[in-house]
Design a protein around this ligand. Sequence first.
Ligand code: GLN
Ligand code: ZN
Length: 746
Amino acid sequence: MVASSVLGFPRIGANREVKKAVEAYWAGKLSADELTKVAAEVKKTSWTSLKERGVDLIPSGDFSLYDHVLDHSAAFNVIPKRYLGHNLSPLDVYFAMGRGRQADGVDVPASEMKKWFDSNYHFVVPEFSEETDFKLLFNKAVEEFNEAKAAGVSTRPVVLGPPITLLPKLLPIYKQLLGDLKAAGAEWVQVDEPFLVLDAASNLEKQFAIAYSELAPVSPKILLTTYYGRLDSNLKFVAKLPVAGLHIDLDRAPGQLDEVIAAVKPTNLVLSLGLVSGRNIWKTDIEAAVKLGQKTVEAIGTDRVIIATSSSLLHTPVTLAAENKLTAEQKDWFAFALEKASEVSTIAAVISGSQDAKVASAYEANKTSIAKRREFERTSDDAVRKRVAAITPDMLNRKSPFAVRKEIQKQKLNLPKFPTTTIGSFPQTKEIRTARAKLGKKEITEEEYNEFIKKEIESVVRFQEKTGLDLLVHGEPERNDMVQYFGERLHGFVFTQNGWVQSYGSRYVRPPILVSDVSRPGPITVEWSKYAQSVTTKPMKGMLTGPVTILNWSFPRADVSREVQCKQLALALRDEVIDLEKGGISAVQVDEPALREGLPLRKADWAEYLGWALPSFKLATAGVTDALQTHSHFCYSDFDDIFTSIQDLDADVISIEASKSDMKLLNTFKHYGYSNQIGPGVYDIHSPRVPGEQEIKDRVAAMLAILPADLLFINPDCGLKTRGWKETETSLVNLVNAARWARQTY
Ligand code: GLN
Ligand code: ZN
C-alpha cells in the first residue's frame, strides 16, 4: 500500500481560536491553563480530522502558539539574557521573545523577525551568542506525540533539522530529542530541512553527513524533508545520507522527479512525493498526480512511496467548508488544508488500486472539477490577453531620462530642497474601521461612508499643511488593506470570508485569490486623490500598490504563469496612473514592498523573476508624461541583493526602510552610484517611540555625508497606518523641523 501524509497543518484553528485565545491571554483575560486548553482542542481537532480523511502519516509537534522556530529556540534554551531575570513564567518569556514586553516595569523589545524562505510567513530569528547554553528544556515533539496518542491518533512527529553551523553544540541535544521520541514509540520522525533547496547547502555536504550519521542510529526512522524548491546538485549527497526516507517538493519543483527516482533507486530510501501544493489553494489534478505516483511505484515499489503535501499546509487556510460567499462554481476550484488532506489520501488509494466506492467517487468528482476549471479558463478575457501580447519595449520606458524629467518636475511641483513627504497611510483609527464595518453591514449608506472618508482626507491634508510637509498624501483611510483594496476593485479576483493564513504570531492575513484575467473596470483611487488635491494648493501624491506586490501577496492562478498575471496587473495599474495624471495629480507612488520577497530561492532563477517583475513595474509607471513624478516604496528587505534592480525601475523617487539599518544601506546605494532621488526612512514607524528632532538631524547629516544633496527626500520608514495620532504628530513635526534645519545648513 502507498501511504498518504500531510507535512504540517495550520495551527490557527478553523475559527481563529488560537489567535483569539493568545490575544486574550496577552490582555490578561484568559489564564495560561485556559490557553493550553484551547490549543489542545485545536490540535485534537486537526489530528482527528486528518485521520477521518484517511491520512496515514499525520504530523504532530508542528503546532505553535506563536512560531515553530521560536518553539525550538525556547526548547533549546536559546533565550537571550534580556528576557530573563524579570520573574516571568516560561510562557511569558516565550511571548516576550516573539513580540517584546512592556508591562510592570519590564521593557524588552522583540527578537528580530524574518520571512521564512520565500513565503509570507515570518519566523522569530534565534539569537545565539557565545553565552548560549544549549540544553533541552522540554521536548515538545514527545509531548505532542503523546498528546495525539492519548487522543487516539498515532502521528509522525515533526522536528526542524539542526542548524548546520551549530552542529557541535546541538548534536547532543538533537540526539536526546530524537532518542526520547524513539523511546516514546514514534516509528518515524519528519526532520524538516528546507535549507537543502538552497545554493548555500551545496558546500555543507560533510556537515550533513556527520549530523545524520550521528542522529540516525538513536532516532526513529528519519524522513529527511525538503520543500519550497529543488534539490539540484545537493541531491548527490542528500541521496547518500543515512536516513530512511526523503521528501521532495513536486509542486514547486516538478522537474526533479526523474533525477530523484534515479538517485534513490539503488538505495533503500522511502520517497515521499510532495504532489499536493502546500503553498496554493487550487485543487490538485489527481489524475496527473496519480500518474507521477505510479511511475515512482514502478521504479522503486509500492512500499517505498508516500503521497504527501508538498510542504506543511501552514500557508493555506483551514477549510473551504466555511465559505458561503463564493459561488458553487468558484468553490469547486479550490482545496484548502482539510480538502488537501482528502486529496493525498485519495491519490494514495487510487495508486494502491483501492476498490473503495468513496475513493472512486472522489476521483471522479476531482476529474469533473478539473475539467470544469479548464473549461472556465477557456472563457478568458481575450482583450486582456491581446493587450499583454501587444506590450512593446517602448511602453516600459519614460519618454526622457531622469535628468531631464527632474528639471521638468522641479518646475511643476515646486518642491523645496530636501522635500518632506510620508509613505501614504495615516493612522487607521477606530472610527475609520468602525465606519467601514458599518458600511459592510449596511448600517450606513455608501454616500454616508464616502462623506466620512472625505472628511478624514481633508483633516489629514490640513494636518500635513499645518505641520509643513511638502508633498502631501490623502492618507489611505478608504483602504482595508493595500492588496485587498485593489483586488476588490479589479476584475479577476475572488475573496474568502475565512481564508486566514498565519503571517506571524497572532497576525493572520486573508490573501485574495487570482482566478481569471485581470482588468480594471474603472478608475480606483482617482476620485479620492482628486478630492484630496482639491482641498489644497500643495502637490498631492497619488498612492497605488504595485503589480509585483499585489501578485506576491495573493494566491496566484495555477493555469497561467506569474509573468502573465503580473503584466495584466501592470496594465490595469498603468491605466490608473495615467488617469491620476489626467486628474491633475502631479506625483504617483507605486509601492513594491514585496519585490524582494518574490525573489526565487536559487540565484539561478533570479534573472527569470526579475525579467518580468521589473518590466511589470515599469509598465505600470511609464505611461505618463515627463512631468509626472513617480515614486516607489520598499520595505522589509535586505536591499543589497536587488540593488541594481531598484535602479532599473527608474522611479523618480524611491523611499526605503532605513532607520534601523544604520547607514550600511546608504553606502550600498553610494557604492553602486544610485542616480535618482531617494528618501531613506528617518523614523521607525514600527514602534510607538517618537524620534527626537536632534536624532533626525543626525540621521539627515549622516545621509548627506553619503548622498548628493539634490537627491535627498526626507520621510518616515513606511506608512503610518498602525501608529497612533499623538506620536505621529510629534514625530512629523520633528521631521519637518529637521528638514528646515538641513535647508539652512547644507
Ligand atoms: N502606502 C502604503 C502605506 O503607507 C505602504 C505600505 C507598505 O509599504 N507596506 O501604508
Ligand atoms: Zn513600507
